[in-house]
Design a protein around this ligand. Structure first.
Ligand SMILES: [Mn+2]
Length: 349
């Protein structure tokens, strides 16, 4: 029997009214600045390029710019237009009557790293359209297209385009598929709903070059990345509380030549150990310790664990960052087979 709720559960809660309000604001702009978060991942990059190219096609008379405070990671250089991404112009270059911002995948203003240098972009002076899927987003845009049920910001962009009947080209679809693939871990994470498969089908119909995305995102790894992952995997230890934990120090980054972004993905392997309640990778960079938490279990909420360290995230994937450094500690246990006695020794390393 057909589940009567399935339709409602799978529909995107984007309202036509919000989509039209976004369109009206964009229509009134002379320049459109698409902006994604710092340390851009596949969803940020895919949404930045996908929305930007879509807007450029839809509003041929307007200048569309692509901005991020950080450089585009090499992994995403294959995205159409990726080399057009620049750091944003100074705050004074934005005019209320002429400029509109489109914020992508940025759960809060500070993730753009423009919150202090570009205050008018966030205080209502410069109008903005915000597209995101992070549940805690404070809705800082003039129009907020926030869909927490969506797997990715790219999925929100597809919903918006279809609602406004904006056609998707193969280039645009390839960008948007990238975000859907990366934020679902290749359609494997628990956020891969039926709607996600419909979105993928929609993008393939538009000509998305799936194998190009798969190759660049899931089948390409630099030597430095493999070496870094090697260190992560080698150092996994299991805790009494049922955690699989590993750590990478500044020394590991130096020795492998990997940069911080190359750590992405390693945790899925640590999280694969059978019977574990959660997995954690600690990493050390520039006087900060970051923790990345994952679980496969329904009865564990890693966002609560991250909360204890002033972090946050989702039930199954969360993280935190705090000032400090990592101190290695190795525990050895000497067991006297003859006597059955146990003695503990903890040499410092
Ligand atoms: Mn995302």
């Amino acid at each position: 029997m057909k589940d009567p709720l399935s339709q409602a559960r799978n529909s995107m809660p984007l309202t036509k009214a919000d989509a039209v309000r976004a369109e009206v604001i964009l229509q009134s702009a002379r320049r459109i600045h698409c902006i994604c978060h710092r340390n851009p991942d596949g969803d940020a990059m895919g949404a930045l390029m996908g929305m930007g190219l879509l807007l450029e096609q839809q509003f041929a008379d307007k200048e569309v710019q692509f901005h991020c405070v950080d450089a585009v990671p090499e992994t995403f250089h294959f995205l159409p237009g990726a080399l057009r991404v620049t750091a944003p112009p100074a705050s004074e270059a934005f005019h209320p009557a002429e400029d509109v911002c489109v914020f992508l995948d940025s759960a809060e203003p500070k993730l753009t790293e423009l919150h202090e240098t570009h205050k008018p972009l966030f205080d209502g002076t410069i109008r903005s359209v915000m597209l995101d899927h992070h549940p805690g987003n404070p809705r800082y845009g003039t129009v907020n297209l926030l869909v927490p049920e969506a797997c990715s910001t790219c999925e929100v962009a597809v919903g918006l385009a279809d609602m406004l009947e904006w056609p998707l080209t193969a280039d645009i679809a390839t960008c948007l598929l990238t975000g859907v693939y990366t934020d679902t871990g290749g359609l494997l994470h628990s956020n891969t709903t039926g709607q996600v498969y419909r979105t993928v089908a929609r993008l393939l119909r538009a000509g998305a070059r799936r194998q190009e995305v798969v190759h660049a995102v899931f089948r390409t790894a630099k030597m430095s990345t493999l070496r870094l992952w090697g260190r992560v995997l080698e150092k996994v230890s299991l805790t009494e509380e049922g955690g699989a934990i590993s750590a990478v120090t500044e020394g590991d980054f130096r020795a492998t030549g990997a940069d911080y972004s190359e750590l992405t993905g390693a945790i899925d392997y640590v999280n694969a150990i059978p019977g574990m309640k959660f997995s954690l990778i600690l990493s050390e960079r520039a006087g900060k310790v970051r923790g990345s938490l994952r679980t496969l279990r329904e009865d564990v909420d890693v966002s609560k664990m991250a909360g204890k360290f002033h972090g946050g995230g989702h039930r199954k994937a969360a993280g935190f960052a705090m000032p400090g450094h990592l101190k290695p500690e190795v525990r050895w246990k000497v067991v006297d087979e003859g006597q059955g006695n146990e003695e503990q020794a903890q040499p410092s390393v």
